[in-house]
Design a protein around this ligand. Sequence first.
Ligand code: AMP
Ligand code: GLY
Length: 420
Amino acid sequence: MNVLLIGSGGREHALAWKLSQSPKLDTLFCAPGNPGIADVATNCAINITDHQAVIDFCRLQGVELVIVGPEAPLVDGLADSLQDAGIATFGPSGKAAQLEGSKGFTKDLCAKYDIPTAAYQRFNNAPKAKAYLRAQGAPIVIKADGLAAGKGVTVAMTMSEAIDAVEDCFEGAFGEAGAEVVIEEYMEGPEVSFFCLCDGKTALPLTSAQDHKRVGEGDTGPNTGGMGAYSPAPIFTEGMQAEVMDRIIEPTMRGMTEMGCPFQGVLYAGLMVTEQGPKLIEYNVRFGDPECEVLMLRMASDLLPVLKAAADGDLSKANVTWHDETALTVIMCAPNYPASPEKGSIIKNLNTANAMENIEIFHAGTAMKNGELTASGGRVLAVCGIGSDVKSAQKRAYDGVKAVDWPEGFYRSDIGWRAV
Ligand code: AMP
Ligand code: GLY
């Protein structure tokens, strides 16, 4: 099978790495890809916002499956255009991608189908939002409705932070994404990410992971796309998985079908384990990054046939198996990430580090310049270790980090601390 993968980050390198091991794969194309992906796929410069250009490429190259990595092309309806053209595509329709693209959409779905989540109200103007804040009191959570690159959420511990957050949204800090605001009850408890494959009707549970969103040690400082992750998350027991499938995932699948937008693709539930049990914080409609990196390292079975089965709308015969080991990844970042990462520094010794036992390195933001590998994004490398438990996977990952010769790069030295 010829496959086209869309994206250029660590998530897509991990997907490409795993897909490239499939006996069912003929040629793997990636648009736009990155220098790490080039080792396992053919990178191609297609403008993915030009849906017809993607369709033309697929027809020319005999692509039988397109796999969409990031959320933006999904919210933009790329999967709709491809499916309409008769090209099987793994990833939800633009309408179903509202589960990530609009926080208000997801909260309304939760209310309608009695899915456990924080209590909320939606607002489209500042005076009403502020009156509600004052009535509720702090701590309280303010969210821009739309996609805001992970920056649209403020967990306000005081009323003045809450008021500032509402003003920022309505004054355009997040552009269109902040034209509507969701205000939520503050929840407390450990967080966990849980992933399912969906075929439009049913959801096949995959596994759990733990992300580290804050830039600083001990989970401090500004939010990022994710500074590291491990899988599985020990707090996510089999019993909890059954409860989440029953009370959160299955009603969501039912609700999406009833609302005329059946969900196909990967459903990523961000959960908080509260005293009243697991509650939904948010949905994403794609694999997490860097969670995908650790998921792919743990997946024992072939990825390609299950993604194709989901895209074809029938997961009833699909089966996914996992290695018993834990995988942990440490993200190496360019200086000054997340504010304004400095690009262009040179990275050396990557091949030697990658060849070490039980270590795998995925490229997240790299570029080749004059024959040298350079940092070209905020999150640059995902250095992964595999071990019998979180502690040994952590040790391997940091052995890998230390073997990379990139003095400008920085990373958190405590990934996995809650579990160790
Ligand atoms: P989100 O983008 O919705 O995942 O939110 C980003 C982060 O904000 C989450 O990972 C949580 O740490 C925090 N957060 C979101 N909603 C709430 C809530 N209702 N109560 C407490 N923390 C929250
Ligand atoms: N690591 C968080 C995300 O992918 O949204």
